[in-house]
Unconditional design. Structure first.
Length: 259
């Protein structure tokens, strides 16, 4: 089904983040008073110069880092730490090599105290969702890169988060597999309606998947551009409208890198 956009699911209010460098003791500014609203059910992509703080932004939303000042709101409540309603998928697959596909997917369910039989049934459901029925008894070493990432997505979906926070999950895949995973994720999003914030270095990837593309500045990152993407799904990477939007985003990045 096509998702229906709703109210804000994530709000960033004057979000500021800095770290103290261990060697020098100096303050390293990463995010500079960011304000952003992410609507429920939307597929939002975040792009920006390398090292600008995109991953830090995602970790703050996920509750893995705390703001230096400002606040992160999830569904109107202040984020004070990690929570199962905010599922994170990283570039590294982070699968347990000694656990089968099925037992990797049931891991989070077991931590929540869900009974073994119910956890197995839910894992089977989400493995079917990501197209991995029949692979339950294999180990990560027996899977391709794309399949490993599907297991990681199934594991995250199994705990039924209300938003997916994805940090360059396809960056290590070859081009053909990456394109296939982008198509898969769009189909999954349209079917489930789960809100997604997707960090990527690839402008092509952002244009292919995102409804809204947020452009950050060089570090310390500020939000300096937003691009609304109304192209219909499935998207054609060679269409004039697609290449035109990609060109505008690349132009902003080029200017920002020279700033």
């Amino acid at each position: 089904m096509d998702v229906e956009n709703g109210g804000p699911v994530v709000e960033l209010r004057s979000l500021y983040k800095s770290f103290t460098e261990k060697k020098t003791g100096r303050e390293l500014q990463v995010l500079d008073h960011l304000d952003l609203e992410v609507r429920r059910g939307r597929f939002t992509c975040v792009v920006g110069p390398s090292g600008c703080g995109k991953t830090t932004l995602l970790r703050l939303i996920g509750g893995l880092e705390a703001p230096s000042s400002g606040e992160v709101l999830f569904e109107g409540s202040k984020v004070r730490g990690p929570g199962p309603e905010r599922g994170m998928v990283f570039q590294e697959y982070a699968l347990f090599p000694w656990r089968t596909v099925l037992r990797n997917v049931t891991f989070g369910l077991s931590l929540k105290g869900i009974p073994h039989r119910e956890a197995g049934a839910r894992a089977d459901e989400y493995l079917e969702t990501v197209g991995l029925t029949g692979y339950e008894d294999l180990y990560p070493r027996e899977l391709s890169g794309g399949m490993k990432q599907r297991v990681a997505i199934a594991r995250t979906l199994a705990v039924q988060p209300r938003i997916l926070l994805m940090d360059e999950p396809f960056a290590s895949l070859d081009a053909q597999t990456r394109n296939g995973m982008q198509e898969f994720l769009v189909q999954l999003w349209r079917r489930t309606g789960t809100s997604i914030i997707f960090v990527t270095h690839s402008v092509d990837e952002a244009v292919f998947m995102g409804q809204k593309i947020v452009g950050l500045s060089k570090r310390p990152a500020r939000m300096i551009k937003t691009f609304e993407n109304d192209l219909p799904y499935p998207r054609n990477r060679t269409a004039a409208e697609f290449t035109g939007l990609r060109a505008r985003i690349l132009e902003y990045l080029a200017v920002e890198m020279l700033r």
